[in-house]
Design a protein around this ligand. Sequence first.
Ligand SMILES: CCCCCCCC/C=C\CCCCCCCC(=O)N[C@@H](COP(=O)(O)O)[C@H](O)/C=C/CCCCCCCCCCCCC
Length: 216
Amino acid sequence: MAGTEEDQKFCLQEVLDTFKLCLSENKEVYLEQYVAGWRKLIKLLNSLGSVFGFISNDAVNKIHILVAHLNGENGSQYVTVQSMVKYELENELVDLTKRGGHPESGCRTLLRLHRALRWLELFLGRLRTSSEDSKTSVMCSESYNESLSQHHPWVVRKAAGLAFCMLPGRPAFFEVMNVGPPEQVVAKLGEGLPLISEVYQITEELYTQHNLMDLP
Ligand SMILES: CCCCCCCC/C=C\CCCCCCCC(=O)N[C@@H](COP(=O)(O)O)[C@H](O)/C=C/CCCCCCCCCCCCC
């Protein structure tokens, strides 16, 4: 179906629009939009080939968990990340020190995506300031090493490192963004990065305030 293929196509502008919609007037983070932003990013990952399948599967799995909370009988408690944290903590629905009865809490699931958002922030920052001959694989692994990798076991780090080597070069990568010539991609990244950073920062402060940064 023609429509289906179009739906699967990545567009950087769409990602930025979605992350813009994440923030409420009083700077709360809407969970539905946060998840929608990740769904759009996964489109890009899926277009890069099956070597990224294990990363995509994990991200999709986490999105499904959050969507199940959003659509569940207590969905109204999951409208924002702030309301989710309040609801799950007040009702003891989070495993705080070791994995137990709540392996799929919204708080621990979102924490994994939150850590990945830091990788994205670093990666987009590097892409924005990169030169024509910069390697996406190097930018990606440097960003990963400074963020997510600290939370992954050796085997995942190894597999991720191998996958990064399969990333297309900068020109092909910029092409996939679907925003026009490289200068426009760079400008768009400059516009979008503060949005991603703000969503990241707000979530980081919330999680730190509630001692949720190390959820098992
Ligand atoms: C303008 C856009 C350009 C960039 C577009 C990037 C698109 C990336 C889309 C999705 C990124 C994937 C998010 C991965 C979430 C990983 C969450 C996680 O840490 N999970 C681990 C822990 O989970 P639990 O076991 O505690 O439940 C899990 O062990 C991870 C397994 C999979 C490996 C994760 C490797 C992550 C590498 C992230 C870099 C992606 C590289 C994309 C290259 C463009």
